[in-house]
Structures are given as structure tokens and as C-alpha cells.
Design a protein around this ligand. Structure first.
Ligand SMILES: Cc1cc2nc3c(=O)[nH]c(=O)nc-3n(C[C@H](O)[C@H](O)[C@H](O)COP(=O)(O)OP(=O)(O)OC[C@H]3O[C@@H](n4cnc5c(N)ncnc54)[C@H](O)[C@@H]3O)c2cc1C
Length: 280
């Protein structure tokens, strides 16, 4: 199929992008990597009257690490995150997740902002950001505001972004010596969206773990934290954590809810092993 007709504008700056979005009153869509958007246009699941291309807005691109905070511009491509030594060192959970996201051709164009704004419930990065307790910056006609990743994902493909907002950056705490991270997913083929996945962070406290955050993807409409399992894992028992898994996934075209719940336990055991070991 071909997309419905649309106009195209290349934003010259962040302000320009926000102005163009405002002028088209909810009829415009931002174009970042285009890896999800163009497919939805071609299938006519979306028919905006205008595409606002933000690819030339340099202020949205790049990675910086300052005062214990990693800031990632929304336009930073998956491939840049995958290859960044700063991400490997200061945001190791993101580094672990990157190779699981689609295929190299898609990672060459796809952006972190596009992935977060699109909010596919089976996507890796939204769950990583919730596990990392990241903050998401949005800039709109009234200026900039930030929300915690845990409050950003509102429902199926629904986020806290307003119709004229640009997701501008993501900020997360840089890893410290006691940071532990874990990531695992099960997909039918490597690079496919996951049937079920798990992104996790914790603090090492001697041999024990504290501040455990287990965030699943592919098991609900948004990333889902398994809070009872977090408590059980912090109390030291992987078996109890698996028993305590407070998830209620529904059936989908990939698997039944019961299978997903079983796989969530399998992933928890894998990730618990990663959390138990110091980072290399
Ligand atoms: C075959 C295939 C397999 C894939 N597999 C996976 C996978 O396994 N895991 C995974 O996570 N993803 C997967 N993807 C999706 C891929 O990661 C996309 O790149 C990503 O979801 C969207 O990023 P994008 O930059 O391409 O955004 P676009 O496609 O350009 O935009 C997506 C949506 O976000 C909006 N948007 C984009 N940037 C912003 C912004 N800065 N502020 C506000 N709104 C914005 C757009 O308006 C649009 O609605 C796959 C894609 C394909 C085609």
C-alpha cells in the first residue's frame, strides 16, 4: 500500500519543529528515523497532513555525561548508542539491550526518541528507562517539562507527550561501582520484537542486592514492574522471586498469557544471575 498524501517540512530548529506542530493542530507528525512511522503511513494506520522532519535539529542529537547524569538526545540513533563507549561504561543496561533491537539496518536509522515516543509495549528501551528510573524531557509550546519514565507510558502506544510536544532528551543516573544490571529477552528470531523481555537494575550491597527494579516488556500495555518479585529478590531468594511474580499478561498473537508468565520466570532466573555478578 501507499501512504495517504501528506506535506513535508524540514524543521530548522527545535522551536521551528514545535511551531510547525502547533500550526497543524494535531494533524502533524514528527519524523525521526522513520522506522516505525513510515510503516504505519504505508499501512494507512496513520494519515497526518504534515510530516515535520527533525533529522537536521542538531541540538536533539548526542550523548553527554556530566555530574553523574547521562543525557541522551532524542535523535541519537540506536547504532550510536550500541557503539558508544560512554554508554557501555555509564549506562551498561542500555548497552546490553541494544543488540536485541531489530536489525542493523533499522538500528542505523532508528532513534531512541522515536522508540520511546512510539511506546511499543514489546520494545526494549521503554522498559530499560523504567528500570533505570530515567527522566524524559519534553519540549512544547509552553517550554520544557520532565517526567519520570514510570509516569511517561500511559497505555498501549500512549504516552505523556502532548500533540505539539517534541521528546527532546532522556536523562538517567550514571552507573556507579555498586550498580548491577541485567537484561534478557525471548524472541522467535533474534531482532524480532520480544515475546517477553526483562530489564533490571540493582545496587550491590556486599553479597546482597538492594534497590532491585525489574521491568518487563511484552507482558502488558506498557512496561510493567514486578514489585513483589523485586522485594523477594532483594530478600535474597530467586525461587521466591519467581513465585512472587506479580504479572498478569494477556494472550496475544505470539503466545498465551500462561506461556508468557512461565517465560517471565525463566528470564527472571537468567537476569538474577547477571545481577549477582559484578560488572566486568
Ligand atoms: C522490522 C522492524 C523490526 C523492529 N524491531 C524492533 C525491536 O525488536 N525492538 C524495538 O524496540 N523496536 C523495533 N523496531 C522499531 C525501531 O526500533 C524504530 O526505530 C523505533 O521504534 C522508532 O524510532 P524512529 O526513530 O524510527 O521513529 P519514527 O518511526 O520516525 O517515529 C515513531 C513515532 O514516534 C514519533 N516521534 C519520533 N521522534 C519523536 C520525538 N523526538 N518526539 C516526539 N515524537 C517523536 C513519530 O512522530 C512517530 O509517531 C523495529 C522496526 C522494524 C521496521
Amino acid at each position: 500500500m501507499k501512504p495517504a498524501p501528506f506535506a513535508y517540512a524540514k524543521a530548522r530548529s527545535l522551536d521551528d519543529a514545535i511551531r510547525l506542530m502547533g500550526e497543524h493542530k494535531g494533524e502533524a507528525k514528527l519524523l525521526a528515523g522513520g522506522q516505525s512511522l513510515i510503516a504505519t503511513l504505508n499501512m494507512r494506520l496513520s494519515s497526518p497532513s504534515l510530516l515535520v522532519d527533525i533529522n537536521g535539529v542538531a541540538v536533539l542529537d548526542g550523548i553527554s555525561v556530566n555530574d553523574g547524569v547521562v543525557e541522551i538526545g532524542a535523535l541519537t540513533r540506536h547504532v550510536t548508542l550500541e557503539r558508544s563507549s560512554d554508554i557501555a561504561k555509564h549506562a551498561p543496561l542500555i548497552a546490553l539491550a541494544m543488540p536485541h533491537i531489530a536489525h542493523p539496518a533499522i538500528r542505523n536509522r532508528g532513534t531512541i526518541g522515536g522508540s520511546i515516543a512510539y511506546a511499543d509495549p514489546a520494545a526494549e528501551l521503554p522498559a530499560c528507562l523504567v528500570a533505570l528510573d530515567a527522566e524524559i524531557d519534553m519540549t512544547g509550546p509552553k517550554g520544557k517539562r520532565s517526567v519520570k519514565a514510570g509516569d511517561f507510558f500511559k497505555g498501549l502506544f500512549e504516552t505523556a507527550l502532548g500533540p505539539h510536544d517534541v521528546l527532546s532528551a532522556i536523562r538517567l543516573p550514571a552507573a556507579t561501582a555498586d550498580t548491577r544490571v541485567g537484561f534478557a529477552e525471548l524472541a522467535r528470531r533474534h531482532g524480532d520484537y520480544a515475546l517477553v523481555g526483562l530489564a533490571a537494575t540493582a545496587k550491590a550491597n556486599g553479597k546482597a542486592l538492594s534497590d532491585v527494579r525489574l521491568c518487563y516488556f511484552g507482558v502488558g500495555e506498557t512496561p510493567v514492574r514486578a514489585r513483589k518479585a523485586e522485594e523477594a529478590l532483594a530478600a535474597g531468594s530467586v525461587d521466591e522471586a519467581v513465585k512472587a511474580l506479580d504479572l498478569d499478561p494477556g494472550d496475544d498473537i505470539q503466545a498465551t498469557g500462561a506461556v508468557k508468565k512461565h517465560l517471565a520466570g525463566v528470564l527472571l532466573r537468567r537476569v538474577a544471575k547477571q545481577l549477582a555478578e559484578p560488572r566486568a
